[in-house]
Design a protein. Structure first.
Lengths: 178, 789
């Protein structure tokens, strides 16, 4: 029997998935059946052919979208946890990469606003940011202790190569900046 | 038992060190010999003719190098040349690939600063052989990365002699390809080295070498498309590794920047479709790298969830971006590609849309015999090399195979690009031959060991030696390869090496790890026959290469020779004509000729020309073509409007020189007709045939080219028999009204005419107005005929 809560849910079907988490068991089959009768579709995944399925297997298909969000949350959490476990020096390099890419994006936005007239300056600015990002990623690959291919490469040598490549890159940038 | 073993182990270690050192010295010595070979096989033209610059394009490069050596690099970089493409001029600094001239200029400056007085011409002539020696060393390095030292030496020796490369790098052929092929192979070597070692240092060197390649040749687009293709291949076949990222990503960024530094390329480095492949693969590589990184962080189930999320979002974004890109590119008529690249991708493009590109003989597809002429024996060693690359397949060998496949396709489109195929074919043939020698000599070694085993006079010592020899035959590949490399390198002394190798084998200690590898062993006679036949094959190859270098590819084409009963005839007409021009005309006089001779005229005669070999302005060339195809009066008008004083034509009818202007005339008509519609090609053909005899059309017999070529030709033999066309000419006795002949060379090969100045009085009009008064008639005549229209 439709209560007020049911009527609200019927009128605002978009709210439906988020509340299911704490109002799950009783609400689902009744309201869901009505939704299926009205729209011919259920809220997340499956189609009308799943109707017997829904009634039998209950929450699986219905809960998929909220499961997706919970999965997304879980995903982000586990990503965060795994990332937090990386050593500090690698995190510094990652920060540098993020900074370089952000600078590149700022430059693109600026170019969009004022136009690209000295195109060589724009190009050299963008490519210098992306170039340092790429080289920093290469350094990170070589310095990472989990990387078995580079276990006999001393990190000082990797850093020296990084500095050399950056020198060449910035020499070219300085020349091309105009 | 332990004591003699340890002593033999120590002796073995010392012996192997000695063998290593000996192998290294032998390898270096062989490389030196290969360099000398590459240099000397290209000197035939200097010996047979003289130390002179060949053909057409090298003269332009020579002139630019002269300017550079005289005025310094700053002037060169900003040079605007007003002595060609009159009245348009040409920005040399911005339209020339500076690598070759800067290289030769540096060598000249360095040599002169050491007080060795070499002239610019000598340096220019010998640049190509020096860099071909460098190219064979680079081939050794590249093949060593792919397969090993033995294959490297073999490939280097083959490249030193391959006729296709000789044809573009003889002494005197001072053209871009002379240094560009070296830069190409060296860039590939550094890329493969970075891929194998994962060192950022080699990645930097790779970018710098790519910069040198961009400076040298327009063919650099081959590199910037092949390397992304290889990266994509590695990703798709599951060979992604972090070394791949280090090899590719810095190259793209640094390479694009460095390419944009070269003025010829400029912003084309980011805006033309030739470079889009590299950016696309750059993005794909980052996506793949990110995927692998996240895969390492997460559990498999979560990873699957992440994938579904990312794919649904990422696909939508990708679609949008690709749609925008396609719309942008499709809006340009050539889809963003340049004309030359399009003609490579679609071989029929040039003949339909750009007749100038289609008219160059180098841009035609090659015939089947030209493959055998240019790469000879390698043509059937290459498939064996491909198979050998697959056992085992590594990143480097997959790269070599991909290089070969793309090079074969492009060489099938344009005969000029056989040059890019040559290094790939050499590398793969070197690998094939080296593997063949490996198998055959290993068989001989095993069979000999078995023979010693079976011999009845086997003492304890010899049995121990033979057992060590048989276990040595199951050694690790390292020992074998080393001894075989010592063996394969110098082909001239095989027997001596065989004996030395067997001595080393019987002295060697069994390896530390006795792998029971099932090695292929052929019967003794078959292996000996095999080695002998391979050496004979190599002999045939060498004989062909030397013949091709001496007879086919050493002609300077500015000096021609022919043998007859009386001996050797030398035809030096071109230089005779240019010398006449430089001595008998004013410095500012303009000379008009077909675009083939532009570079030579500016370099040797030092006169301003209207069109030259750069062919950057089709309308200007069409103007000259129209003038050559028009009757005398119209041609005079056109040439006069361009300030031309002298017209130069090349005519081979007296001596039988087939590449003269009459044979090229139809191209002049086509190109002129492409811009000026009143020139129609069927007007010059009789029933679709191109003739200049009595059956020729009146348009043909009255056009300027016919008249300038055949003026007074009938005086040579009374009948006007054209030796090239093989019949008598149509119109034999005629006078020139608007031109006068000023010079014809000794064999009538180059003929120079001067434009007659405008007449002061116009007698034709005076006749009509004879009834009127004198003054009024002259005034009327002056008003009616305006000579400047």
């Amino acid at each position: 029997m439709p209560s007020t809560i049911d009527r609200i849910y019927l009128k605002l079907p978009s709210l439906y998935p988020f509340t299911l988490l704490h109002l799950a068991p009783l609400r689902t089959s009744l309201v869901e059946r009505r939704r299926i009768e009205e729209t011919g579709r259920d809220s997340g995944g499956g189609d009308i052919g799943d109707l017997p399925f829904l009634l039998i297997s209950g929450y699986d298909k219905i809960l998929r979208m909220p499961r997706a969000t919970s999965d997304a949350k879980l995903l982000i959490q586990s990503l965060g946890k795994a990332y937090a476990a990386t050593p500090t020096n690698l995190k510094i390099i990652d920060l540098y990469v993020v900074f370089a890419v952000a600078t590149a994006l700022i430059q693109v936005v600026y170019m969009g606003i004022v136009g690209s007239f000295p195109f060589n300056s724009f190009l050299s600015g963008i490519l210098s940011c992306i170039g340092t990002a790429v080289l920093a990623v290469c350094l990170r690959i070589q310095v990472n202790k989990d990387n078995k291919e580079f276990k006999d490469l001393p990190p000082e040598r990797a850093f020296a190569d990084f500095v050399l490549c950056n020198l060449v890159l910035h020499l070219v940038i300085m020349n091309f900046l105009g | 038992m332990a004591e003699p073993e340890s002593s033999t182990a120590a002796a073995g270690a010392g012996g192997s060190r000695l063998r290593n050192a000996f192998g290294g010295v032998l390898c270096a010595f062989t490389l030196l010999l290969i360099g000398v070979l590459a240099f000397s096989i290209r000197l035939f033209s200097v010996i047979k003719y003289e130390s002179v610059i060949h053909e057409f394009d090298p003269y332009f490069n020579y002139r630019v190098t002269q300017f550079l050596s005289k005025n310094g690099i700053y002037e060169f970089w900003n040079w605007f040349d007003d002595r060609t493409w009159y009245p348009l001029g040409r920005v040399i600094g911005g339209t020339v690939y500076p690598g070759l001239t800067l290289t030769a200029g540096t060598i000249w400056w360095f040599v002169n600063s050491l007080n060795i007085p070499l002239s610019v011409e000598t340096v220019c002539v010998f640049t190509a052989p020096i860099f071909s020696a460098n190219a064979s060393w680079a081939t050794y390095l590249l093949t060593k990365e792919a397969k090993g030292t033995g294959a490297g030496l073999m490939a280097a020796a083959i490249l030193a002699m391959v006729p296709s490369y000789i044809s573009r790098s003889v002494a005197g052929s001072y053209d871009n390809e002379a240094v560009a092929i070296f830069a190409l192979i060296f860039t590939f070597y550094l890329y493969v080295k970075t891929l194998n070692t994962g060192s950022l240092f080699y990645a930097t060197l790779n970018a710098l070498s790519y910069f040198y390649m961009v400076c040298s040749w327009g063919g650099y687009t081959f590199i910037i498309n092949l390397i992304p293709m290889h990266v994509l291949l590695c990703i798709v076949t599951g060979r992604y590794s972090s070394r791949l990222y280090i090899a590719y990503a810095p190259l793209v960024i640094l390479g694009t920047l460095l390419a944009a530094l070269v003025p010829v390329v400029g912003f084309n480095a980011v805006m033309t479709s030739e470079h889009f492949a590299s950016f696309l693969v750059f993005i794909i590589l980052h996506v793949v790298a990110l995927v692998y990184y996240i895969k390492g962080l997460l559990t498999p189930r979560l990873f699957k969830v992440a994938m579904t999320l990312v794919i649904s979002v990422g696909l939508a974004v990708c679609f949008a971006v690709v749609a925008i890109l396609v719309a942008l590119v499709a809006s340009s008529p050539t889809k963003g590609w340049s004309g030359r690249s399009l003609s490579l991708l679609d071989p029929t493009y040039a003949s339909k849309y750009i007749p100038i590109i289609a008219s160059v003989s180098e841009h035609q597809p090659p015939t089947w015999p030209s493959y055998f002429m240019d790469i000879n024996v390698l043509a059937f060693l290459v498939p064996a090399g491909i198979i050998s690359c697959f056992l085992p397949l590594s990143d480097a060998s997959s790269f070599v195979v991909l290089y070969l496949v793309t090079a074969v396709y492009f060489s099938g489109v344009m005969v000029r690009l056989m040059l890019v195929l040559a290094p790939a074919a050499c590398i793969l043939s070197g690998i094939a031959l080296s593997e063949a020698f490996n198998v055959l000599t290993r068989s001989i070694k095993c069979q000999l060991a078995k023979l010693f085993d079976d011999s009845p006079a086997a003492s304890g010592d010899s049995s121990a030696e033979s057992s060590s020899a048989s276990t040595a035959s199951a050694n690790s590949a390292k020992n074998e390869n080393r001894s075989e490399k010592n063996e394969t390198a110098p082909k001239e002394k095989p027997s001596k090496k065989n004996r030395k190798k067997e001595k080393e084998v019987t002295e060697s200690v069994p390896a530390k790890h006795k792998k029971e590898k099932k090695l292929l062993v052929l019967p003794m006679e078959a292996s000996v026959m095999g080695i002998l036949l391979l050496i004979v094959l190599g002999g045939f190859y060498v004989v062909h290469c030397v013949w091709a270098a001496a007879e086919a590819y050493s002609a300077p084409s500015i000096v021609l020779t022919s043998r007859s009963r009386e001996g050797l005839h030398v035809f030096d007409d071109f230089r005779e004509a240019y010398a006449w021009l430089s001595h008998n005309t004013d410095v500012d006089d303009k000379v008009a000729s077909w675009w083939d001779y532009g570079y030579q005229t500016t370099a040797m005669a030092n006169r301003t020309v209207i069109v030259d070999n750069n062919t950057w302005n089709n309308t200007h060339i069409a103007t000259v073509g129209t003038a050559m195809s028009s009757p005398e009066k119209a041609a005079w008008e056109i040439f006069n409007s361009l300030d031309v004083k002298y017209v130069l034509v090349v005519f081979g009818g007296l001596v039988g020189y087939p590449s003269d202007d009459i044979n090229k005339f139809l191209w002049m008509v086509r190109i002129g007709g492409g811009v000026f519609p009143h020139i129609k090609e069927p007007d010059y053909l009789r029933d679709g045939n191109y003739r200049v005899d009595a059956q020729a059309t009146p348009t043909m017999l009255n056009c300027l080219m016919y008249k300038l070529c055949y003026y007074r030709f009938v005086e040579t033999d009374g009948k006007g028999f054209d030796r090239v066309r093989g019949y008598e000419i149509g119109k034999k006795h005629f006078k020139l009204t608007h031109f006068e002949e000023v010079f014809t060379t000794h064999h009538w090969m180059v003929r120079i005419y001067k434009l007659k100045p405008q007449k002061n009085r116009v007698r034709g009009k005076l006749k009509k107005l004879k009834s009127g008064s004198k003054t009024s008639s002259t005034i009327a005549a002056g008003r009616k005929k305006n000579p400047w229209q």
